[in-house]
Design a protein around this ligand. Structure first.
Ligand code: SF4
Length: 493
């Protein structure tokens, strides 16, 4: 499908909105019109006092045109031009397809962040009205957004200008799940790299700790993710966690999460290493408790293994366990998803994160490949059902984000019992403070202590690059020092 942009630069945003309606189609953005039977023309025509914005389209022999006027002296002229074009496009596409996305014209990944900004500016009521009337978000998503925002608020307020979180990346997995776009090498292929990787990440952690100390930073949370950190054996986990506790000042640490991830990697020895290493929270991720679904997505474990891993972790004293689920998986039904939620609730974890399946280009599972992909509406019903069941069992939404190409343009929501919210999840999504990343594919996100400027420092993506070009990793970390020299932490804190 062609998307023509005339006299404006909002092609990227409008393209994302088109993808919500046509997720399987490639939307090509051009500035010049061409012959096509699937074409959308978006145009901005600026007159002396007002601007005419219009969207005209031909799709499947249906034609449509919508237009609107905007005064040139509108104080938010540029943003309004973008919003109005999106609204016109949204109106045309809902009429042509009969589909009304629940998030309206919002395609961004952090709707709660936008809501917070609007609340600060206009107050809660007007912000909610803006979501409804100007962005066309439906009532249930507004409610979700407000409630996630409330949960986030307390956590964000714990952070200070000198705060940071540490991310430790273990980008290895026992096998690759078909829906996953994560940079994660199958252990079979990458196994030989693991010992060197562990030694080097310990060096990077040591170096990072020194820099954090020199810059006067204060650690709030640690998150060891991947990948599946529990592909590492007990000595390797211990080596990394001991390096962390030896090198970092953990006296201010509020949370230490290790993603135990795939239940088929969880053993008593590994859990003991994690516990002794100081982790306060782990995540065991069933994704589904339906074995047919697990097989369909290439997860090489059963629901029974999830139950056993969970009980084992409990018996070892883990009292803060998160479990991840995915709505919209192939071959899952509303009934089997409901059973999954019930079984998870039966285990009684402290938090549950409900993801929506996302079709990333780099995942093996994609809607375009014609796999038996779920009816999008069912994914929305699954989220609704999870929300009802979790809320009535005492879980509250505390963070939310969206990704590109999620089924039905839906969202991921973290639910937790009060006091068990995953702090790191909020900090990374909200971009509250600096994240220092270690390991392959880790990204260090430097946040200006009393402002909103963010700078990223990327580590190499693949473990083989990380291992072979390690000196460069340490060299790039120098930027952390320069950043804090440039953006100083206020002294009177
Ligand atoms: S979903 Fe998790 S366990 Fe599966 S391949 Fe991706 S990172 Fe690894």
């Amino acid at each position: 499908m062609l998307l023509i942009t005339k006299n404006h630069t909002f092609g990227y945003e409008l393209q994302k909105l088109c993808m919500v309606f046509y997720p399987d189609e490639s939307i090509i953005v051009k500035t010049e019109c061409q012959e096509s039977d699937r074409i959308i023309i978006t145009e901005l025509d600026k007159g002396s006092t007002s601007t005419t914005l219009s969207v005209s389209l031909i799709i499947d022999q249906k034609q449509m045109r919508r237009s609107a006027e905007l005064a040139n002296d509108n104080p938010e002229y540029y943003d309004e031009c973008e919003r109005i074009l999106a609204v016109l496009l949204f109106e045309c596409l809902t009429e042509i397809t009969g589909y009304v996305p629940e998030w309206g014209i919002l395609t961004g990944v952090r709707p709660a962040k936008l809501m917070r900004r609007l609340i600060e500016e206009y107050g809660r009521e007007r912000a909610a009205q803006y979501f409804k009337q100007k962005l066309f978000v439906n009532d249930s998503k507004i409610k979700l957004c407000l409630s996630a925002l409330e949960g986030e608020e307390t956590i964000i307020n714990l952070s200070r200008p000198e705060s940071y979180s540490l991310y430790i990346s273990i980008p290895f997995c026992p096998s690759r799940c078909s829906y996953c776009s994560f940079v994660s090498h199958s252990v079979d292929k990458a196994k030989r790299l693991i010992p060197d990787y562990v030694d080097l990440i310990c060096q990077e952690l040591e170096y990072t700790a020194r820099i954090a100390k020199d810059c006067g930073l204060r650690i709030e949370t640690i998150y060891m993710g991947g990948g599946t950190p529990t592909v590492l054996n007990q000595p390797q986990l211990t080596q990394i966690m001991k390096t962390v506790s030896d090198c970092f000042d953990l006296s201010t640490l509020r949370e230490y999460t290790v993603e135990a991830g795939r239940p088929d990697t969880i053993t008593i020895e590994r859990l003991e290493a994690i516990k002794q290493g100081g982790a306060t929270r782990i995540s065991i991720n069933p994704q589904s408790m339906n074995d047919n679904v697990l097989m369909a997505i290439g997860r090489k474990h059963t629901s029974q293994q999830t139950v056993e891993a969970f009980k084992l972790a409990r018996s070892l004293g883990f009292n803060n366990i998160n479990m991840d689920l995915i709505a919209g998986l192939p071959s899952d039904t509303l009934e089997s998803f409901s059973k999954t939620v019930d079984e998870i609730l039966g285990l009684n974890p402290e938090s549950v994160t409900v993801h929506t399946l996302s079709f990333k280009r780099s995942s093996r599972l994609s809607s375009a490949e014609g796999m038996p992909v779920h009816e999008a509406r069912t994914a929305a019903q699954m989220l609704e059902l999870a929300n009802q069941k979790l809320e009535s069992s005492g879980f509250l939404p505390y963070y939310m984000y969206r990704q590109a190409k999620m089924v039905d343009n839906l969202e991921n929501v973290g639910y937790a019992k009060k006091g068990y919210e995953g702090l790191y999840n909020v900090y990374i999504m909200d971009e509250t403070h600096t994240i220092l990343g270690a390991g392959a594919a880790a990204v260090t996100k430097l946040k200006q202590p009393c402002g909103s400027y963010i700078e990223r420092v990327f580590n190499f993506k693949y473990p083989y690059e990380y291992v072979s070009r390690f000196k460069e990793i340490l060299r790039r970390k120098e930027r952390v020092k320069e950043f804090y020299e440039q953006y100083r932490i206020p002294e009177d804190r």
